[in-house]
Design a protein around this ligand. Structure first.
Ligand code: DC
Length: 225
């Protein structure tokens, strides 16, 4: 039986990647790596320090020697930069847009690529992102591409933002999500794309439990190989 697999989960925003990746990792006793959080951290720092999303060099400088810690807690993973807890700050809608913009910069992608590979290379991990199965770990043991209708994804994201106390509307959420997905899919470097050998899961009409069960079935089949 294969152990310590590398599992890639890619897909557009709001497709249910975070919840299902986290649960899948917990069920397997694997580490969960949210690669979007890395782009969000750079987005947050660029936004606060007034660095333009077009300033490749300035952004790349932010990526090096990040004093970053992921702290696992029963309620989820807290993200700490230096002394500062930035778990909530990186989820703000402005930072989502900024993260998507800075992620189009090749210098940022290159710096974070190295970091992501270091974080996942020993296996026993579920990595969630946009280019895990295509670029970060093209030889991942299992690749999933999670999708859902735009309407359903918008509703989910809106509910999530409401729970976090972010003031916005469904219309604004749908608009921002569409903008972000278009930018993420159309960028020249490592765009959001379904890997040829990925298992596509449409979660539009599935509950979280049903998605996780489906993912576990596929992982179990690969482990037996
Ligand atoms: O998954 P997320 O919504 O937290 O990601 C935020 C942004 O980061 C997303 O709009 C695009 C970028 N991203 C990326 O380019 N590659 C990844 N592997 C993960 C995220």
């Amino acid at each position: 039986m294969k152990t310590a697999l590398i599992i890639a989960i890619d897909g557009p925003s709001g497709a249910g990647k975070s919840s299902s990746s986290r649960q899948l990792a917990a069920r397997l006793g694997y580490r969960y790596i949210d690669t979007g959080a890395l782009y969000r951290i750079i987005g947050l720092l660029a936004w606060e320090r007034h660095i333009s999303p077009d300033d490749g060099e300035g952004l790349a400088a932010l990526c090096h020697d990040l004093p970053l810690h992921f702290v696992s807690e029963p309620t989820g993973v807290r993200i700490v930069l230096g002394e500062r807890d930035i778990t909530t700050a990186i989820r703000q809608p402005e930072v989502s847009q900024m993260a998507s913009k800075v992620s189009a910069q090749p210098a940022v992608r290159q710096a974070l690529l190295t970091l992501q590979r270091q974080m996942g290379q020993d296996g026993g991990v579920v990595l969630e992102g946009r280019d895990i199965g295509t670029v970060v770990f093209p030889n991942a043991d299992v690749k999933f591409f999670l999708e859902a209708s735009a309407e359903e994804r918008g509703q989910r994201r809106y509910r999530e933002l409401q729970q976090q106390g972010v003031s916005t509307t469904l219309e604004a959420t749908l608009r921002e999500m569409a903008e972000r997905d278009q930018r993420d899919s159309e960028r020249a470097h490592a765009p959001l794309r379904c890997a040829d050998d990925a298992i596509v899961v449409d979660s539009t009409t599935l509950s979280l439990d049903e998605v996780v069960r489906l993912l576990l079935q596929h992982v179990a089949a690969v482990r037996k190989c």
